[in-house]
Design a protein around this ligand. Structure first.
Ligand SMILES: [Zn+2]
Length: 359
């Protein structure tokens, strides 16, 4: 499915891609869409899923981004209640992938201390990442995405963890891990695997482990952005070849994403972006959500299209009045919608606040 068709099928009357970038108006009322991330690996039968999705639909939601669980069961329930079902996929973080960990330990990223994220996951035990520079990694992920996109029960593929390990954590998490990250520390700086070192040397002539101050080296930084972006391009092809849209959860703004996680997302050929504007993680407030939306929308507009951007909102940091304010702020800033993390955190009061904010 082409992006324009996807926008139409998402219930929009506005064909955003058909307008020249300079003339793009703020999203029309009908194009503001409500999505939610959903943990699908819950012990629920079809009737229970239908009840939960009917509740979302009544509050004005259009689509769910579902991770885990049975695709046919949960998709069937979502569609029966008029919601699109997008499959949420952990991309470069392959902690849950025992097959890859056993068969291909060499695929995992390596820190500046030359330790594998498989053997020495940074910060938390589930931080095990594969290297996007490696052709077999791309081929493997491409196959997984093609398989999901080819499934008739799947309306779209949603990428998450499309990045390197956080070289710098969001400011609000430093205390949790007892860290001061005013510089890039080597144990959190990836990827110095043999393939990355060889590819960078072929381009630049230097071995990255011999760069005196790799944290200040523009070419080395850009190599890692481009490595992730190259993998995303292949995954986008795999989804589009199977007629499905592909979206991603990304860090809050292009500049924060590049600095913290080597994610150059405003160059990715995706059909919709979900920027995780989780203000509590950054010790910020609701106006920061609006600033982040403006930066993301401007970056997408600058590249010459108007790919929609939905603001990702983190419910544990938003009581119902704050959620209403966050949605209104994102909308005024030019967002094409929001997505809430995650469905089980939506109280009746949250849903009422959402309805008021979009009515
Ligand atoms: Zn590597």
């Amino acid at each position: 499915m082409r992006r324009r068709d996807f926008v139409r099928s998402a219930g929009s009357a506005v064909v955003l891609g058909a307008l020249p970038a300079c003339a793009t108006p703020p999203p029309a009322e009908s194009s503001f869409t409500l999505w939610s991330w959903v943990h699908g690996n819950r012990d629920r039968d079809a009737a229970e899923w239908r009840r939960l999705f009917a509740r979302l639909r009544e509050a004005g939601f259009q689509a769910v981004l579902v991770g885990g669980g049975d695709i046919e069961l949960v998709s069937g329930a979502a569609r029966a209640e008029g919601l699109e079902y997008h499959r949420w996929f952990w991309t470069l973080n392959r902690n849950g992938d025992a097959r890859v960990q056993e068969d291909h330990p060499e695929w995992f990223t390596v820190s500046r201390n030359l330790e594998s994220s498989l053997e020495h996951p940074p910060y938390v035990g589930y931080y095990r990442w594969v290297c996007p520079s490696r052709a077999p990694v791309r081929e493997y992920l491409r196959g997984r995405i093609a398989e999901l996109a080819a499934n008739p029960a799947v309306d779209g593929v949603h990428l998450d963890y499309v990045r390197h390990c956080d070289v710098i954590l969001p400011r609000g998490l430093w205390e949790r891990y007892d860290l001061v990250q005013d510089v890039e520390h080597p144990e959190f700086d990836f990827c110095y695997c043999e393939v990355c070192r060889e590819q960078f040397a072929a381009l630049d002539g230097r071995d990255p482990v011999e760069i005196a101050d790799p944290t200040a080296d523009e070419a080395w930084r850009r190599f890692r952005w481009d490595s992730v972006t190259g993998a995303v391009r292949e995954l986008a092809d795999a989804a589009h070849e199977n007629g499905k849209p592909i979206t991603a959860a990304v860090f809050p703004t292009p500049s924060i994403a590049r600095r913290l996680v080597r994610q150059d997302w405003d160059r990715w050929p995706l059909d919709r972006f979900f920027s995780m504007l989780y203000q509590g993680f950054y010790l910020e407030d609701i106006p920061w959500i609006g600033d982040g939306v403006r930066e993301g929308v401007a970056a997408l507009r600058d590249r010459g299209d108007a790919t929609p951007l939905n603001a990702g909102l983190y419910l544990p940091s938003l009581d119902p009045p704050a959620l209403g304010e966050a949605v209104a702020t994102a909308r005024r800033a030019g967002a094409s919608g929001v997505s809430t993390f995650e469905m089980d955190g939506l109280t009746d009061e949250h849903l009422a606040a959402l309805r008021d904010a979009v009515s």
